[in-house]
Design a protein around this ligand. Structure first.
Ligand SMILES: [Fe+2]
Ligand SMILES: [Fe+2]
Length: 163
């Protein structure tokens, strides 16, 4: 898979948008898998509430994946089928931290994607992405609550793992 290129900035072509949305889709697939597995394997009385929330997140991530696939199809692209790699662990805190890290990465990318969609005049795409980012930020809050930490400031593109 081509490496995500974010140095293209705001003014991107339709083809670049399709490619970037496919990266977003791969992150949504990753989130579906991580939340599906973590919600079931996380153990301990103190994690009962968050386990239930993680299960709900899994369903929301699936809805995001469908929205992104719909937009890729609308733009004339083919939605990809590969998730980003999912970290496995049996330690609850490590699982929650991995989820939080992924959510922060995802939010950072969507912040950029919304600006790119606006610059293209793709307002329906922008609207769809905005509805997704609202939920991703709620996921961040849920995870931070469970970890007993404050929500960290948004990741800048330079701090991201990939692109
Ligand atoms: Fe998502
Ligand atoms: Fe999320």
């Amino acid at each position: 898979m081509a490496k995500e290129n974010t140095t293209t900035g705001l003014n991107i072509t339709r083809e670049q948008m399709i490619q970037l949305l496919n990266e977003d889709l791969a992150r949504e697939y990753q989130a579906i898998i991580a939340y599906t597995v973590y919600s079931q394997v996380i153990k301990g009385a103190e994690y009962t509430d968050i386990a239930r929330e993680l299960e709900q997140h899994a369903g929301e991530e699936l809805a995001h994946a469908i929205k992104i696939a719909k937009q890729i199809d609308y733009l004339g692209g083919m939605p990809g089928v590969m998730p980003k790699p999912v970290k496995t662990s049996s330690d609850p805190v490590e699982m929650l931290r991995a989820d939080l890290e992924n959510e922060r990465e995802t939010v950072s990318h969507y912040r950029e994607r919304i600006r790119q969609a606006e610059a293209m005049g793709e307002f329906a795409l922008s609207e769809s992405l905005r509805s997704i980012i609202v939920q991703e930020q709620e996921h961040e809050i849920d995870l931070c609550d469970a970890l007993g930490i404050n929500v960290p400031p948004p990741k800048k593109p330079a701090d991201r793992k990939n692109g």
